[in-house]
Design a protein around this ligand. Structure first.
Ligand SMILES: [Zn+2]
Length: 205
């Protein structure tokens, strides 16, 4: 009976755990049954070039990227640059709560840059509705722009995704994403800064 009395305590604790670490949820456990791949929202989702890279709007040119370049800052500099949530996510491998970030439901055309170093990481053409409450992409702009690391915290084996240039923690990648890659990059909004295509175009004029 002692065990049964603990159940009301255990259930909220479990919900809290899933809210914080839910990035580990598979889409089938989350909302994929309600959000099948047919809900993928943009037209060019399945477009890949001959090298297997996503095809982006002709007007979009990714920023220069040298895979050997590294951006490093002291802890003091990171704390000055980032707000508390951004610091927790990118430097302490935290996870924002589902459905609370700025971009999980952002459908505007544009580029998602690293909050730490400004590197272009993801584009709207590869963003899809995962139902998880975090921005989800089936590919980065170039695979070399991110690095992956095995993460076995919290009793789960996951693949962590970091910015290649500044090592900011971005989120995790899972193999339950939509075509054409079958991958789901589950990324924290706090790791990203969105640049709207229309704003970028007006600045160039
Ligand atoms: Zn970065």
């Amino acid at each position: 009976m002692k065990y049964l009395r603990r159940i009301p305590v255990l259930i909220p604790a479990l919900c809290t755990f899933l809210a914080f670490f839910g990035c580990a949820e598979t889409r089938s456990n989350a909302a994929s049954k309600k959000n099948p791949e047919s809900e993928v929202t943009t037209d060019s989702k399945t477009a890949l070039d001959g090298n297997g890279n996503a095809i982006y709007a002709a007007s979009y040119q990714p920023d220069r990227f040298d895979p050997a370049e590294r951006v490093t800052r002291s802890e003091k500099q990171w704390r000055e640059q980032l707000d508390r949530t951004q610091y927790n996510v990118t430097r302490e491998e935290g996870t924002e709560r589902a459905f609370t970030g700025k971009y999980w439901d952002n459908k505007k055309p544009g580029t998602y840059e690293c909050i730490g170093c400004g590197l272009d990481l993801f584009r709207h053409e590869t963003k899809f509705k995962s139902g998880t409450g975090w921005p989800s992409f089936w590919a980065p702009i170039e695979i070399e722009r991110v690095e992956t690391v095995s993460d076995s915290r919290y009793g789960m084996v996951r693949t962590e995704v970091r910015c290649r240039r500044c090592s900011s923690h971005l989120g995790h990648v899972f193999d339950d994403g939509p075509k054409p890659t079958g991958l789901r990059y589950c990324i924290n909004s706090a790791s990203l800064e969105f640049e709207d295509d229309s704003v970028a175009a007006s600045l160039e004029q």
